[in-house]
Design a binder for this molecule. Structure first.
Ligand code: FE2
Length: 361
């Protein structure tokens, strides 16, 4: 059994939210996702409604509760709207679970079979940081685009150019980053991709540490952050205070044309973090020659960073829900495989200005 083929890709990411219908509407009208499936009372599911949305290969699901004291309402009460499940597609769930068990993971999940019109899906729920889980899904005996219990929805394709989920970032408590990295590396067979310490990612006031784990040569990429000590509260600590536990901080959506994607997102009213004008004055000295027009990047507040393999363009939204917790990144890679380390300082100074407005710095 080859251990580099146990996990295929991020299958879908499920949010537990206060109003799934509103989240679906927002992602359809503002974020360019197409509604592809729905499940709820009309499809025989009594306790929840779920909207499955897709743009390129990125699949998101928004699930809301119909009754109090459900696991969904408890999750929303504690965390606000947020990510519950980073589901992973696996080739052979029994091989994957045996491998995880052999590595000493205490609670590797129990394989359950779910039947539907498309056949059988075998799945197991693997716990990760906070209340977040990875549902492992084996589609070997399944032949349908939709999960069991979902009906197909016809909606217009208004893609903004998002092609895939580039990476999904978790925030964990101080001194918990290394244990979680070890969980992914020793427990699940992931590789450590790169790490930053608080010297890389710090501003005058707040700081964080970050390590990245990946699987299958970058097919699945999970950076993990923890707060580091600064003069004032780390943005990771602000997240933990509002989310109440560790959880998913952001999803990076990959595009092949960030200028086009961001222009459309802005036209749809999506708010992004602002970048200080001085950032663009120094940009060419820092990253060298790039294809894009600097004035356009400045106008759109798009950030640029370079590593030894190329460069990347990225931008971060304001928090999506009410609490200052979850947000999106939009990223275009032009060779670079890193995450914008050189932008962290510029970015965090910008995040801190927002934190200050909320009185949490
Ligand atoms: Fe990111």
């Amino acid at each position: 059994m080859s251990t580099d083929s146990l996990f295929n890709s991020v299958d879908s990411i499920e949010f537990y939210v206060g109003s799934a219908k509103q989240w679906a509407y927002f992602h359809e009208k503002a974020m360019g996702f197409k509604l592809v499936g729905y499940s709820g009372p009309e499809t025989g599911v009594r306790d929840r409604t779920s909207y499955l949305m897709q743009q390129g290969d990125a699949r998101l699901m928004f699930t809301g509760f119909l009754y109090r004291q459900s696991e969904i309402s408890r999750h929303v009460e504690l965390h606000g709207d947020g990510v519950k499940d980073i589901s992973i597609d696996v080739s052979d769930i029994n091989d994957t679970i045996s491998f995880i068990k052999e590595n000493g993971v205490v609670n590797p999940g129990i394989v359950a079979k779910q039947r539907g019109e498309g056949g059988i899906i075998s799945k197991a729920e693997l716990k990760t940081f906070g209340d977040t889980v990875h549902t492992l899904r084996d589609y070997g005996e399944w032949d349908s685009e939709l999960p069991p219990g979902f009906k197909e929805m016809k909606s217009v394709d208004n893609s903004l150019g998002v092609k895939k989920v580039d990476h999904v970032v978790g925030n964990v408590e101080e001194n918990k980053m290394d244990p979680w990295v070890s969980y992914y590396v020793k427990g699940l067979g992931f590789n450590t991709f790169m790490s930053f310490d608080d010297k890389d990612i710090s501003t005058k006031y707040s700081a964080l540490k970050s390590k990245v784990v990946e699987y299958g040569g970058g097919k699945i990429v999970f950076p993990i952050n923890e707060p580091a000590l600064g003069l004032k509260k780390s943005q990771i600590q602000e997240y933990l205070d509002y989310y109440e536990t560790p959880g998913v901080q952001h999803i990076a959506l990959g595009t092949d044309d960030i200028i086009e994607t961001v222009r459309k997102l802005k036209a749809n009213g999506i708010q992004f973090l602002e970048t200080p004008g001085s950032y663009y004055d120094e940009l060419e000295d820092r990253v060298g020659k790039i294809d894009e027009d600097l004035d356009v990047l400045r106008e759109l507040n798009i950030l640029v960073d370079r590593d030894d393999q190329g460069y990347l363009l990225q931008i971060f939204t304001q928090p999506i829900g009410d609490r200052p917790t979850f947000f999106y990144e939009v990223i275009q890679r032009k060779g670079a495989t890193s995450f914008g380390k050189g932008n962290f300082k510029a970015l965090f100074e910008s995040i801190e200005r927002e934190q200050e407005k909320r009185g949490n710095l």
